[in-house]
Design a protein around this ligand. Structure first.
Ligand SMILES: CC(=O)N[C@H]1[C@H]([C@H](O)[C@H](O)CO)O[C@](OP(=O)(O)OC[C@H]2O[C@@H](n3ccc(N)nc3=O)[C@H](O)[C@@H]2O)(C(=O)O)C[C@@H]1O
Ligand SMILES: CC(=O)N[C@@H]1[C@@H](O[C@@H]2O[C@H](CO)[C@H](O)[C@H](O)[C@H]2O)[C@@H](O)[C@@H](CO)O[C@H]1O
Length: 318
């Protein structure tokens, strides 16, 4: 009888200590807690930790604030859908019918080949069987810099700051060589569509000439943006303004979904509302306003609103 009771006491003490230590380690509040071994105090602390365990869900990251945490802005909560997947993988490649119809109309492609057959071929070539950015420790702080192409980066001296991020996202023809002090030199993700690099006619095959292993790695590390995610941005965030989101907005929204902290550089039109570039005098920088393909003003307002509710930091440049 006594032996059984002792064993029960031991088991209770062990379970009690295990739960207390675990809940301390889980660190819900970031407050410094002093531990005393007074049994009454321990019981109170134990019950407080158990209550917290049920009251608050685990924080999604270890940054000061985490983007995906809801409950701070109704505007954000009504738009942000954490279940949307930014990457197209072989697992989600069956694009929903409504997304597929919307996407087909974007560029009025005449007689396209079967998308499903093309995706099967594609994922036979590139890995794409999983989302590479979902695999991370749950208690990390992933800091991302989204670098647009704006001329406001000239003389900004943001280079070092940009390079200090875990991920640095760039787009289209953005160069870094020769512009390091303003735009940095690190890139982890570069967002492009084929003609943003080089326009090729439909019957032209690109032939990659590999001079080194890295040239082949370029093919196997390709990641594909999810058309269903593009439609989500167009509907939830752009509220159907313009014909579809710009590469800048696609990159920023991608960052909101895969990063815990997002800092934005190189966004902002010139005094005429044109998308000028930091590395060239691009005379067609205002074409998107005439064609209406993107609603630059509405997109910019989304960026400023995200900054005003402290979901992102916006660096306005010069
Ligand atoms: C003439 C034309 O079609 N220009 C388009 C160019 C062009 O196709 C590529 O640069 C070619 O490499 O691409 C776009 O845009 P672009 O490549 O100019 O810029 C990328 C993103 O940076 C943000 N930006 C840029 C300049 C600026 N002054 N302010 C900004 O805020 C925008 O968010 C922008 O999306 C594109 O893909 O979105 C959209 C532009 O409309
Ligand atoms: C300025 C403009 O309207 N150019 C369009 C061009 O738009 C660009 O398309 C890109 C993808 O192909 C990308 O979306 C970029 O952000 C757009 O500015 C295309 O629509 C093109 C049709 O192929 O027609 C150009 O006039």
């Amino acid at each position: 009888m006594v032996v059984v009771r002792r064993r029960n006491v031991k088991m209770f003490t062990f379970a009690f200590l295990l739960i207390t230590v675990t809940s301390f380690l889980l660190n819900y509040t970031h407050q410094v807690t002093t531990t005393t071994w007074d049994p009454r105090h321990l019981v109170v602390q134990f019950s407080e930790h158990v209550q917290k365990l049920f009251r608050y869900p685990r924080r999604p990251c270890s940054c000061h604030t985490c983007i995906s945490e809801l409950g701070h802005s109704l505007w954000f909560d009504q738009r942000f859908n954490s279940t949307m997947q930014p990457f197209l993988t072989s697992q989600n490649a069956l694009i929903p019918e409504d997304s597929y119809r919307w996407w087909l109309k974007l560029q009025g492609e005449k007689a396209p080949k079967s998308l499903n057959a093309t995706l099967t071929e594609l994922f036979g070539l590139i890995p794409g069987d999983r989302d590479p950015l979902q695999e991370r420790g749950s208690y990390t702080c992933r800091r991302c810099a989204v670098v647009g192409n704006s001329g406001n980066l000239r003389q900004s001296q943001y280079g070092q700051d940009i390079d200090s991020h875990d991920f640095v996202l760039r787009m289209n023809r953005a160069p870094t060589a020769g512009y390091e002090s303003d735009v940095g030199s690190k890139t982890t993700h570069h967002f492009v569509y084929p003609e943003s690099y080089k326009e090729l006619a439909a019957n032209v095959s690109m032939i990659l000439i590999p001079f080194k292993t890295l040239d082949l790695r370029w093919v196997v590390t390709i990641l594909v943006y999810n058309p269903a995610f593009m439609k989500y941005i167009y509907e939830n965030w752009l509220e159907h303004h313009g014909r579809y989101p710009s590469t800048g907005l696609l990159s920023l929204m991608f960052a909101l979904h895969v990063c815990d902290e997002v800092n934005v550089y190189g966004f902002g039109a010139d005094s005429k509302g044109h998308w000028h570039h930091y590395w060239e005098n691009n005379t067609s920088g205002g074409a998107f306003r005439k064609t209406g393909v993107h609603d630059g003003d509405f997109e910019f307002n989304i960026t400023l609103t995200l900054a005003s509710i402290e979901k992102i930091k916006f660096f306005k440049g010069r």
